[in-house]
Design a protein around this ligand. Sequence first.
Ligand code: HEM
Ligand code: HEM
Length: 166
Amino acid sequence: MTQSMPSKYSPMQRLLHWTIALLIFFNLLFPNGMNAWHYVVRQGGKPSADDVSAANIHAYVGIAVLVLAMLRLGVRFIQGVPDEAANEPALFRIAARLAHVALYVFIFAMPLSGIAAYYFGVELLGSVHADILKVMLWALIVAHVAGALAHQFYWKTDVLRRMTIG
Ligand code: HEM
Ligand code: HEM
């Protein structure tokens, strides 16, 4: 990745991590406006202005995730990231690394598949977005949070600290 390995995530990286997480949770928990819009369109109806505004909130929040994800990858490339915490078994370090790669893939794949469905009418990607990726992302987040808590409290590493107060 980069030349020197920092000992913690930079304030910018921490801000990006939590902003993206917040926006993703919003779209995962409150997709109803987008679903209502999609239902009307699928029935061949004309969505009302309210339907469109509600759907646009989901779309813009998701597009914000995409833009921030690009920024995040750029920052990661320039600043690097701290090495995986050293105190736990190698298998778990590999698992953490794989989970992080997968999370990166999802913060791109989720908005891109949504955009394909919403703006370009690619229904197949809409279904992938809403039925498959959504479930995989939830599973990944649960594993990620469980992993973070295990690292913190079982192996007593400082992972939570380096992604929060630094
Ligand atoms: C949608 C939600 C989330 C996404 C997409 C996400 C994504 C990521 C990614 C990609 C990394 C690796 C960062 C890097 O090395 O560049 C990371 C690290 C981290 N995340 Fe999350 N995360 C989410 C939610 C959470 C939540 C709810 C927690 C709370 C426990 C959390 C705790 C952490 C911690 C502690 C690290 C640092 C791990 C380390 O130092 O090795 N994340 N997250
Ligand atoms: C982080 C980004 C995103 C997340 C986490 C997310 C999450 C979700 C969720 C949970 C649903 C409802 C699935 C269900 O029926 O239970 C959904 C549906 C949908 N989202 Fe997103 N979304 C994101 C970004 C976007 C973007 C950027 C767009 C478009 C610009 C979009 C367009 C859609 C569409 C069209 C549907 C309905 C698809 C269908 O039912 O076939 N999403 N999304």
